[in-house]
Design a protein around this ligand. Structure first.
Ligand SMILES: [Zn+2]
Ligand SMILES: [Zn+2]
Length: 371
């Protein structure tokens, strides 16, 4: 069928809105009419070539919409179901069988390269177009997803606010709630308070951290972090952010999280910890990036350092939990989501890159049915 998609051609070219052909869902797949899709830094990292993926390609991996068609043999979902799309996994490797879906042996192949049995579902002008990014490619009016990476949600929920639960919000909240698991009364420092960092701060408040320090170089983001639960804000441009955090936490934070991938910030996220503290690292900087840590700090303080993908979350379990926090007012997504029609994707990307907007979400309803 004919759809409209935003196509990424390469690092320097803007996204192009163009008609494409989408093939029908196969076994274990569904076709989703996309209502909204968040833009995540991983979309930009791939477009910029930091993660080498062949172009042209349709990106977008925080999609939300309504199932229009199910593939042969699919009985667990039906046309009309509202769904959020998250990352894909194989379901068969040892990590998947352990429930550690973010560490699937096929994670890169399925999510970054969009490998799909039988090839891409997308064509443009008769030639194959890269698709199935994170088993969705949701910068489009329609997407093919799999029964493994969609989560059914109640029809009364606002899809344009909930779309980012599929990646960015899950990464921030999950890193705190599933990995660091701070006890009530403990302290945490969060480096970089974009969508992932703000979600971590919201989670830290929910689990009862008493000292929550936000670190960023953008004053507006620090202001928002304070509004959403940070007890203190430290400028990343301060002379000695680590000393400030150590003072605020009376000797060092119990936990830290870095979302920036900037080596100096990562070093600070380790150096600000007290003895037996743990740091979670969630950023995806360009390949080849090395982090340095002071050995006497890591060893002498018994520091734990943990890399985290997708907040260690199983979306089928964690997305409903986050929706519960949204419903009871503890996850105020409206405070940091800004919507843009799909046709204004390049403006939305500029606003994300400049830090003007925390979480841009593209909406597709303006385009209407193209079938
Ligand atoms: Zn797997
Ligand atoms: Zn993402």
């Amino acid at each position: 069928m004919k759809i409209i998609a935003a196509i990424a051609n390469g690092p320097r070219d803007p996204f192009e809105i163009e008609p494409c052909e989408l093939s029908a869902p196969r076994a274990e797949e569904v076709m989703v009419r996309v209502h909204a899709c968040g833009i995540c830094h991983t979309d930009l990292a791939v477009k910029l070539g930091h993660i080498p993926v062949p172009m042209p390609k349709v990106l977008g991996h925080e999609g939300a919409g309504v199932i229009e068609e199910v593939g042969p043999g699919v009985t667990s979902f039906q046309p009309g179901d509202d769904v959020l799309m998250s990352f894909g996994s194989c379901g068969e490797c040892s990590n998947c069988r352990d429930g550690a879906l973010g560490y699937c042996d096929q994670f890169r192949a399925i999510n970054l390269f969009g490998n799909r049995p039988g090839g891409s579902a997308l064509r443009r002008g008769g030639s194959e177009l890269g698709g199935h990014f994170f088993a969705q490619s949701a910068f489009a009016t329609h997407a093919i997803a799999t029964t493994r990476n969609i989560v059914k949600v109640d029809a009364d929920l606002p899809l344009e606010l909930l779309a980012p639960l599929g990646c960015g919000i899950q990464t921030g909240m999950g890193s705190v709630m599933n990995v660091l698991r701070p006890q009530a009364g403990s302290s945490i420092a969060v480096f970089g308070v974009g969508a992932v960092g703000l979600s971590a701060i919201i989670a830290a408040r929910i689990v009862g951290c008493s000292t929550i320090v936000a670190v960023d170089v953008v004053p507006e983001r620090l202001r928002m972090a304070r509004e959403l639960g940070a007890t203190h804000a430290v400028s990343g441009r301060a002379d000695d952010p680590v000393a400030e955090i150590v003072e605020l936490t009376r000797g060092g934070a119990n936990f830290s999280l870095d979302t920036t991938g900037v080596p100096a910030a990562v070093a600070s996220s380790i150096n600000c910890l007290r003895a037996r503290g743990t740091s979670a690292q969630v950023a995806a900087p360009p390949r080849g990036t090395l982090y340095a840590a002071e050995a006497s700090v890591v060893v002498g303080r018994g520091i734990g350092i943990r890399g985290v993908v997708e907040g260690d979350a199983n979306p089928q379990l964690f997305i409903p939990r986050m929706i519960g926090f949204f419903r009871d007012g503890r996850l105020p997504l409206d405070k940091f989501v800004k919507t843009y029609p799909l046709a204004r994707i390049n403006e939305a990307v500029d606003d994300l890159e400049s830090g003007r907007v925390v979480k841009p979400v593209l909406t597709m309803r303006e385009i209407g049915s193209t079938t």
